[in-house]
Design a protein around this ligand. Structure first.
Ligand code: AMP
Ligand code: ZN
Length: 118
């Protein structure tokens, strides 16, 4: 998709701090990190989100890259959290499927904060 920011990152048209890449996926640091380590893993091909008929081999490649990226970022031993925001209630902002990998400091137990009034 020509107007998709993550398609442009995957194509090398927008600069990113690349961590890992293979035939199916590209991993890079989030531009606005919300944790000491905050990286994103995306498929090279464009899928809107998890519900966009993503082939099993692409899903496997996305999750298979997680421990590799964690090791490259030095959080494999300390642990990390993986988040895939999907759709409106999850506040997905970039409509190209992506896996957040976050770590580098102790998180509280429980992973969901709701907007006020919801
Ligand atoms: P989400 O809210 O799950 O859609 O997350 C989108 C993420 O993409 C946010 O954490 C943004 O900071 C991040 N982001 C947006 N543009 C870029 C970019 N050009 N390079 C790296 N990360 C980006
Ligand atoms: Zn895209």
């Amino acid at each position: 998709m020509s107007d998709c920011i993550f398609c442009k990152v995957a194509a090398g048209e927008i600069p990113a701090t690349l961590i890992y890449e293979d035939d199916h996926v590209v991993a890079f640091d989030d531009i606005a990190p919300q944790a000491p380590v905050h990286s994103l893993i995306i498929p090279r091909a464009h899928y809107r989100d998890l519900a966009d008929d993503v082939p099993a081999e692409v899903l496997a490649a996305l999750l298979g890259a997680v421990p590799r990226v964690a090791a490259a970022k030095g959080v494999d031993a300390s642990g990390y959290r993986v988040i895939i925001n999907t759709g409106e209630h999850a506040s997905q902002t970039v409509k190209h499927l992506h896996v957040h990998l976050m770590g580098g400091a102790q998180m509280v137990h429980g992973m969901v904060t709701f907007a006020e009034g919801e």
